[in-house]
Design a protein around this ligand. Structure first.
Ligand SMILES: *[C@@H]1O[C@H](CO)[C@@H](O)[C@H](O)[C@H]1NC(C)=O
Ligand SMILES: *[C@@H]1O[C@H](CO)[C@@H](O)[C@H](O)[C@H]1NC(C)=O
Ligand SMILES: *[C@@H]1O[C@H](CO)[C@@H](O)[C@H](O)[C@H]1NC(C)=O
Length: 332
């Protein structure tokens, strides 16, 4: 009987696990009373059913339970282990997953192998609770589930901290939407700073933010490899960014000068919304080709302010080949 369960579709296994989950919750948290004759028949029936299910459950082989746990997606697995101390004791599988936290009004925890991912989004909207959706991109499929919470950010942090203690998973990226938090962003930065020794990649979004607040994030969140900054600041000044990162993407680069471009050391950078001229770009290309600068550069992306003249001026005295056109304005 149990064997045939195992070979059903994974959704069946998941719903079975939900059943086991609630039973475990009941068994280890609830106090069980023998139905008294004064109780209503439906109550009695319910308790009898509990009792019968309990009987079956406790007779499951440990190996079989582990087999089911092993087939769960990471979110259900983490959730199962949260049901009670005993569930946590059963959940001893270590797997490596990539985890990404998105900090916005509806915070999201995404976990998976990068291609097939699972996500929980915490929402204050009760009507969205437990809704599911599948989102797909050319290189990613993501199964999302919404979870109601009065305190979405707190719920996300708690879920992540539990998952980390359970599976030793670390963090891959953090995405922060500054506009959703006002002054509370300092508290978030404090949490990120004290929780993560190092974050491989961060991405920050915002509109009309103060430069000092953006810099506060950059100074206090320990990002290591990649920074994508899509923040429009009131002052439009260059932020201070360590040279040691590998990848930089600036979404609002109206402040970017030729000097700034020449000073960059990363192996990949993208500068969007800049006022760099075709002459500036020509100067940069030549310097790079003559190996006078940008020795590590592998990839460069920029918005063109004057596309018509780009070939004549931007590529003057530079041998080039046209690659396939991409949706990005210009790509090398
Ligand atoms: C975790 O399990 C509880 C209890 O079954 C359920 O209410 C909740 O929706 C689950 N959460 C997720 C994210 O699956
Ligand atoms: C971030 O952590 C470092 C130590 O790792 C500490 O010196 C710094 O004050 C912290 N910043 C904040 C905002 O907590
Ligand atoms: C620059 O590129 C970005 C992203 O591709 C695009 O959204 C924006 O409109 C472009 N800006 C200009 C001035 O071309």
């Amino acid at each position: 009987m149990f064997r045939s369960f195992l070979y059903w579709s994974s959704s069946v296994i998941v719903s079975m696990i939900n059943m086991i989950l609630s039973l475990f919750g009941y068994l280890f948290h609830g106090s069980y009373k023998i139905p008294s004759p004064r109780e209503s028949p439906s109550n009695q029936l319910q308790k009898l059913m509990m009792n019968r299910a309990r009987f079956r459950l406790l007779h499951l082989d440990y190996v079989a339970i582990r087999e089911v746990l092993n087939s769960l997606d990471p979110i259900d697995y983490i959730n199962f282990s949260r049901a009670s101390k005993s569930c946590k004791t059963l959940s001893t599988m270590k797997k490596s997953y990539k985890v990404c936290l998105t900090i916005k009004t509806c915070p999201m925890l995404k976990i998976g192998n990068g291609v097939i991912n699972y996500a929980v989004l915490w929402t204050k909207e009760k009507k969205e609770d437990k809704t599911r959706m599948l989102r797909t991109w050319p290189n990613e499929a993501r199964e999302c589930v919404f979870e109601y919470s009065e305190n979405p950010l707190g719920a996300m942090k708690e879920f992540y901290m539990h998952a980390r203690s359970l599976m030793g998973i670390d963090i891959d990226c953090v995405v922060l939407f500054m506009d959703d938090f006002g002054e509370q962003f300092r508290e978030i930065v404090y949490w990120l700073n004290s929780t993560f020794r190092e974050i491989p990649a961060i991405r920050v979004y915002g509109k009309n933010q103060q430069q000092i607040n953006v810099q506060y994030i950059l100074d206090n969140v320990k990002y290591k490899d990649s920074l994508k900054l899509y923040v429009k600041t009131v002052e439009m000044l260059p932020p201070e960014i360590p040279d040691t990162i590998k990848e930089l993407r600036i979404g609002y680069g109206s402040w970017i000068t030729l000097d700034y471009l020449m000073s960059l050391k990363m192996c990949k950078f993208a500068l969007l919304d800049t006022y760099l001229t075709n002459e500036d770009i020509n100067f940069f290309f030549k310097s790079w080709m003559q190996m006078k600068s940008h020795n590590n550069l592998e990839r460069f992306e920029v918005n063109l302010t004057n596309p018509e003249d780009f070939v004549a001026i931007g590529l003057r005295d530079i041998p080039y080949e046209m690659g396939p056109t991409t949706s990005a304005p210009f790509l090398l």
